[in-house]
Design a protein around this ligand. Structure first.
Ligand code: NAD
Length: 480
């Protein structure tokens, strides 16, 4: 069985203690590879390699660093099909989604930041013939990047690329649940001749390798994406060490449909924003609020489309819904379906585990599930389910829907559908949400700040925000 390796100091190496964790294919429920169960020893080796590589990497002109990152982007594009297949097998997502979203975006992340670093100018402030003030942004040194399982290569590279572009060396850990494409990336970095030690990829569990990254005294900053509880734990560990922290955490996103919307577009996109990647995208809109005058019509059209989302083998072209990522996660989502029943919800669609035949007989499949009749303040409407489960709720006024939309501890992304321009701005400004999409969903421009308010995170990724995060500003004043 394939044993993945850590990428440390430019080499693919076994974990120091020789321990491995099983890596399961969600569509089959079978272990198909082994992932290093690394610990503090491996992190120490990675930090030493990164420290040794840093002086030359930071001294390299941004243009040259950028070229290496663009080269990695090109190799990802070249291997698109192979990487998409690996992502689909590792995560359970439909191959088509990995091919059109995950892997192209991983390539874009490297290309975007490879070139962005060349446009990252220092600021100058002239004080009328008295002094010249300018700001230098130094790379931090060795930084840590920790990512989740839902968009494995996409989110892993979203952190690594800006960290490297800004002149840092990186110790990165992908989710132990979906390590495969990060492993394949390490091979591509070797092929791209990325200097040894600039990027180190260490596999392992959160409490093992992850915790060792957060605790390491020579890792200057942590960029983390994952659950809010984990983020809280990381913040508690890293804050007393005065590490810079970027935390991209959970969400419970509202999707608000006003009666004057483009009905077809709102229905079609809402089906996507509810169920893409089996609802396992932090930006999915799991609470759908519909203005009462179109509620019944919207519900009928929405359910009609949901019925076409066939659940199937992620590797088959016709499958619109793949498997959930793991057995424990499937059980967690099923427990929320049970809770929705207990909280008085009416099941409109789905609600059951799906047992496919053949190679997928033991896979973690679930029907796309829709409830109505739940109190906007019940647990199912406040807690992150992170699966193919949405609730429909009618609303009467803008004030009411804003109160419900903002009524959770989260504030990551919101979607609203209306043709009234003034209302679009007014509601968008009133939403406590780091990202607001109007008449669209998951439309991304990599230059925009990305991140959440409230318990959805601290700091922003994307564009120059990411380059600022991965640098230390120094202000220099010269008397004229
Ligand atoms: P998770 O918090 O369980 O794990 C995320 C990563 O953190 C994994 O690599 C894990 O090994 C590591 N980790 C766990 N404990 C750790 C510790 N003590 N120290 C260091 N690292 C540790 O999250 P998950 O289940 O992999 O991902 C799902 C969550 O991620 C959801 O809550 C989702 O909303 C969130 N998410 C947020 C965004 C965003 O951009 N805001 C994007 C995707 C996912």
């Amino acid at each position: 069985m394939l044993q993945l390796r850590n990428y440390i100091g430019g080499q693919l190496v076994a974990p120091a203690a020789g321990r491995y964790l099983p890596n399961v294919e969600p569509a089959t429920g079978q272990v198909y590879s082994q992932v290093p169960d690394s610990d503090a020893q491996d992190i120490q080796l990675a930090v030493e390699a990164a420290q040794a590589a840093w002086p030359a990497w930071r001294a390299m002109p941004a243009e040259q660093r950028g070229k290496l990152l663009v080269r990695i982007s090109e190799l990802i594009e070249r291997d698109l099909e192979r990487l998409a297949r690996a992502e689909s097998i590792d995560n359970g997502k439909p191959l088509k989604l990995a091919r059109t979203v995950d892997i192209p975006r991983a390539a874009s992340n490297f290309a975007f930041f490879g070139t962005a670093a060349q446009h990252f100018a220092s600021e100058t402030h002239m004080q009328d013939g008295v002094a010249l003030n300018y700001t230098v942004r130094h790379p931090l040194g060795v930084v840590g990047c920790i990512s989740p399982w839902n968009l494995p290569l996409y989110l892993f590279t979203w952190k690594i690329a800006p960290a490297l572009a800004a002149g840092n060396c990186v110790v990165a850990k992908p989710s132990e649940v979906t390590p495969m494409t990060a492993y394949l990336l390490s091979e591509l970095c070797q092929e791209a001749d990325l200097p040894a030690g600039v990027l180190n990829i260490v596999h392992g569990s959160g409490p093992g390798a992850g915790q060792a990254i957060v605790e390491h005294p020579h890792i200057k900053a942590i960029s983390f994406t994952g659950g809010t509880k984990t983020g809280e734990h990381i913040a508690r560990t890293a804050a007393p060490m005065f590490k810079k922290l970027s935390l991209e955490l959970g969400g419970k996103n509202p999707n608000i449909i006003f009666a004057d919307c483009d009905f077809e577009a709102a229905v079609n996109t809402s089906v996507q924003s509810s169920f893409a990647n089996q609802g396992q995208i932090c930006l999915c809109g799991s609470r759908v609020f519909v203005e009462r005058s179109i509620y019944e019509r919207f519900k009928a059209a929405f359910l009609e489309r949901v019925a076409t989302l066939n659940v199937g083998d992620p590797l088959e072209e016709g499958s619109r819904q793949g498997a959930l990522v793991s057995e424990p996660h499937l059980q967690k989502v099923l427990s929320y379906i049970e809770l929705a029943h207990q909280e008085g919800g009416t099941l409109l669609a789905g609600g059951q585990r799906v047992h496919l035949g053949g190679r997928c007989a033991e896979g973690y499949f679930l029907q796309p599930t829709v409830f109505e009749g739940l109190d906007p303040e019940c647990r199912v409407n406040r807690e992150e389910v992170f699966g193919p489960v949405v609730t429909l709720t009618p609303f009467d006024t803008e004030e009411e829907v804003l109160r419900w939309a903002n009524g959770t501890e989260y504030g990551l992304a919101a979607t609203l559908w209306t043709r009234d321009l003034q209302r679009a701005h007014r509601v968008a400004h009133a939403l406590e949400s780091g990202i607001v999409w109007v008449n669209t969903w998951l439309h991304r421009d990599l230059r925009t700040p990305f991140g959440g308010m409230k318990n959805s995170g601290v700091g922003r990724e994307g564009g120059l925000e990411a380059l600022r995060f991965f640098t230390e500003p120094q202000s220099i004043t010269i008397k004229l």
